[in-house]
Design a protein around this ligand. Structure first.
Ligand code: GLY
Length: 372
């Protein structure tokens, strides 16, 4: 079994580089781009964390397939499937942290720039790969978003395996621990729920039982090929312990993902409610259209989110006036320029002809998220 590809293994030479429209190069020499469009795949950090059979990560698989001639969206979805199917990532797909009733409900959407088509599913139960169901919505319907029982019925009709329960032993054990720590009387009071429901979850993060990135965790993955074809996909189990039926930003076009085939793509991870309020992925792509760089476009969205965050329960308890949640955006333009930006310091993943990498984001506010 070959071992996981590293950056050195990935450096392109000869025919592979020629197929990409890149000049063949000696290892260590800078790539000479012969194309206007530089192929790139960008994602949240979990896109370079989990491997299939110890080999490729999401961004590496997506880049390999995309530059090998696959449709960009099909390549990206094949990439995020690695994370959806991996029970170690408790923020996406199989083994995602469930809702308040212990049921795993998944959200996803995808957009195809050249075809100008989109598809999404929300609160979908029983299918490990919601990104593939979202893709089936894009390919086979006249709709953009199917939810709940209707989304599941559609998936079954399209031949997807529908399971009774997507919990793993780990996700069920964590849910039971959350229930144990919860004060259920305050379920519908946002202020008190912050102190009971969220606090129960936060105390589990502080106790090292769950990774903070998995509380609102998600994977977004966007790519552009050498022809300048741009696509994107976002998939998640959403907010851990959410009220059943809660839908976050991930499956909402313009929020968890937006792609304009002539301009670029943006997608998000982090507190979905903050992003939904400003439809930030759409905002970012509009900023790209006006000529902003991916980094500046993403920073503008973060500034808007910060300005819209005024409720005390959402602010840093230290009194800085800053939001107390994390929110990340992954941005790429048609030329293949990209940026990962975040409210607080964070990571993102990228794959170019130099191979898969995990990089630090540009953060609006220095330092780590305050509450964890
Ligand atoms: N960003 C994922 C969610 O809030 O559901």
């Amino acid at each position: 079994m070959p071992s996981r590809l590293n950056r050195r293994d990935f450096v392109l030479t000869g025919a592979a580089a020629a197929a990409l429209g890149l000049a063949p190069r000696a290892e260590g020499a800078p790539a000479v781009l012969q194309n206007k469009f530089r192929p790139v795949v960008i994602s949240s950090a979990n896109g370079n964390k989990y491997t299939h059979d110890g080999q490729e990560t999401c961004v590496a698989r997506a880049f390999r397939l995309m530059t090998g001639g696959s449709d960009v969206l099909e390549a990206l979805i094949a990439g995020v499937n690695i994370v959806e199917l991996d029970p170690r990532d408790t923020s996406v797909g199989y083994g995602g942290l469930p809702n308040a009733e212990g049921v795993v409900q998944l959200d996803s959407c995808c957009m195809h720039g050249p075809k100008k088509r989109a598809g999404g599913v929300a609160a979908l139960e029983g299918v490990r790969t919601p990104s593939r169901v979202a893709h089936a919505v894009l390919q086979n319907t006249d709709h953009h978003l199917l939810v709940g029982a209707g989304a599941q019925r559609f998936a079954r009709q399209m031949g997807f395996t529908v399971e009774e329960d997507l919990n793993t032993e780990t996700s069920r054990r964590l849910w039971l621990e959350w229930k144990r720590r919860l004060d259920p009387e305050h379920f519908l009071d946002p202020e008190k729920r912050a102190q009971s429901g969220f606090e129960a979850g936060r105390s589990m993060v502080r106790d090292g039982l769950i990774d903070p990135a998995h509380y609102f965790g998600t994977i977004n993955c966007d790519g552009v090929n050498a022809k300048g074809e741009i696509c994107g996909v976002t998939t998640t189990s959403g907010l851990a312990w959410k009220i059943p039926g809660r839908v976050g930003d991930s499956p909402i076009l313009g929020a968890g993902l937006y792609v304009d085939g002539d301009v670029g793509a943006a997608g998000s991870t982090g507190r979905g409610e903050a992003n939904l309020y400003g439809l930030c992925s759409y905002l970012i792509v509009e900023q790209l259209r006006q000529g902003k760089s991916p980094k500046d476009a993403g920073m503008e969205a973060l500034r808007r989110v910060k300005a819209n965050t005024i409720e005390k329960r959402l602010l840093d308890p230290k009194g800085t006036g800053n939001p107390k949640f994390g929110l990340n955006f992954y941005v790429v333009n048609k030329a293949g320029e990209f940026a990962g930006v975040s409210m607080y310091e964070s990571d993102y993943a990228v794959c170019t002809e130099n191979g898969p990498e995990t990089r630090k984001t540009e953060s609006l506010i220095p330092g780590p998220e305050p509450t964890w």
